[in-house]
Design a protein around this ligand. Structure first.
Ligand SMILES: Cc1cc2nc3c(=O)[nH]c(=O)nc-3n(C[C@H](O)[C@H](O)[C@H](O)COP(=O)(O)OP(=O)(O)OC[C@H]3O[C@@H](n4cnc5c(N)ncnc54)[C@H](O)[C@@H]3O)c2cc1C
Length: 365
């Protein structure tokens, strides 16, 4: 990163969305820098070991850069290789292990971004400054785990929040909580590793992000009594060797895996001046931005990708969401607009209705 330079755009986050924005804006002739607090595609790097995407490589490909994978559904390793290849091939300036702390608006326009080396982070020490006219926040929604809310627990040691691999749990009694893709993946991985698994799902069916083939696979294990699946069931309390359920029944267990997802790091967003909170209409956490251009309350600060709301729809949905954002930035930087862009320019006041509501009633693990 060049601290003397004034970049057209600083993109925060080198995930699939940040990288795609960077490719498109740089190809259009803008001077782009990407700030990433981990490695390239850090969120994907953090996935469980045996993870395979439920979206196809065709849906996730960036522009004309070929997405190589043995099947249509890339593995974690294939996805990581792809995003590294994109960065190298396009010669993107990506500053890894560099964390955005805050930014301030300059009187003459544009922003100063304050960043720190995330490996050696010490509060208010060794802060670097980056100047940019516009900022795209593509920080994802996987920075913060959703709290696992229970009425009581004796120890956190039995609760595994970051699942890597089933092998250590062979022969152990494992309770997996969550009927989404992560819950199902974790349950399958544990069963295959030889663990005794109970999958507890609060709702009466799987979430719609679980592909049919995974449900079929689970059912085969269930029919052979290798896994027990219970719907309309939630965990009320966690003790050393058993959990208490919402109907006051209990299950003996060695480990509990709450695979209940992530939430937007809205404390961080608020601390840098971007409003986010609980949307009463959509009943979920969202980051406030214009529904079309994705511009936040701050001029020329855009919100892209998973940080706009939930992970539902995945990468293909976020790719659609950045179309207008990229076009808006190009127009503002004086790059020739697409033919029909003027007709599709933002509609005032069309951002979503939202209010902050903080739940603070039970123990969060
Ligand atoms: C287990 C799991 C399985 C998934 N499976 C699928 C799937 O099959 N298909 C699918 O489409 N989606 C899937 N997803 C969701 C997918 O990972 C997200 O949709 C995608 O990563 C969102 O891309 P993004 O670029 O918006 O955010 P991210 O990929 O989360 O990238 C954000 C980046 O910003 C960085 N960052 C955050 N804060 C800062 C800061 N202050 N300074 C600098 N950098 C920062 C982060 O380190 C991160 O690298 C899955 C998610 C999980 C957790």
């Amino acid at each position: 990163m060049n601290q003397q330079k004034n970049y057209d755009i600083a993109i925060i986050g080198a995930g699939p969305v940040g990288i795609e924005c960077a490719v498109r804006l740089q190809r259009a002739g803008l001077d782009v820098v990407v700030i990433e607090k981990g490695g390239i595609a850090q969120t994907i790097y953090n996935y469980p070991k045996n993870m395979r995407f439920v979206r196809t490589k065709q849906e996730m490909q960036i522009e004309d850069i070929e997405y190589r994978a043995k099947t249509d559904y890339p593995t974690k390793e294939e996805a990581l290789t792809y995003y590294h290849k994109v960065v190298e091939q396009e010669d993107l300036e990506v500053c890894t292990f560099c964390e955005l702390e805050l930014f301030t608006k300059k009187i003459e326009g544009g922003y100063i971004l304050y960043v720190q080396d995330s490996r050696t982070k010490q509060k208010n020490k060794n802060i670097d400054k980056i100047n940019a006219n516009m900022v795209v926040m593509a920080i994802g929604a996987c920075q913060k785990l959703k709290p696992f809310v229970v009425e009581d627990y004796t120890t956190k040691q039995v609760i595994v929040r970051e699942f890597e691999d089933g092998l250590p749990y062979r022969g152990k009694k494992c309770v997996v909580v969550g009927g989404g893709n992560s819950g199902v993946d974790t349950a399958l991985d544990l069963v295959k590793a030889g663990a005794k698994v109970r999958l507890l799902i609060r709702e009466s069916e799987y979430r719609n992000n679980v592909p049919a083939h995974k449900i079929e696979e689970l059912e085969i294990y269930e029919n052979h009594n290798n896994i027990w699946i219970e719907f309309d069931t939630a965990v009320k309390a966690v003790f050393d060797d058993f959990v208490v359920l919402n109907d006051d029944g209990y299950i003996f267990t060695d480990f509990v895996f709450p695979m209940i997802g992530y939430q937007i790091n809205w404390e961080f967003l608020s601390s840098i001046g971007i409003q986010s909170g609980y949307d009463l209409v959509q009943a979920k956490f969202v980051t406030q931005c214009d529904a079309h251009t994705r511009e936040s309350d701050m001029d020329n600060v855009f919100i892209a990708g998973a940080v706009t709301g939930s992970l539902d729809g995945g990468i293909p949905k976020f790719k659609k969401g950045i179309e207008r954002l990229v076009e808006t930035i190009l127009v503002r930087r004086g790059v020739e607009p697409d033919s029909d862009l003027q007709e599709r320019m933002p509609i005032d006041g069309e951002s979503s209705v939202w209010m902050v509501k903080v739940k603070n009633d039970a123990i969060k693990v």
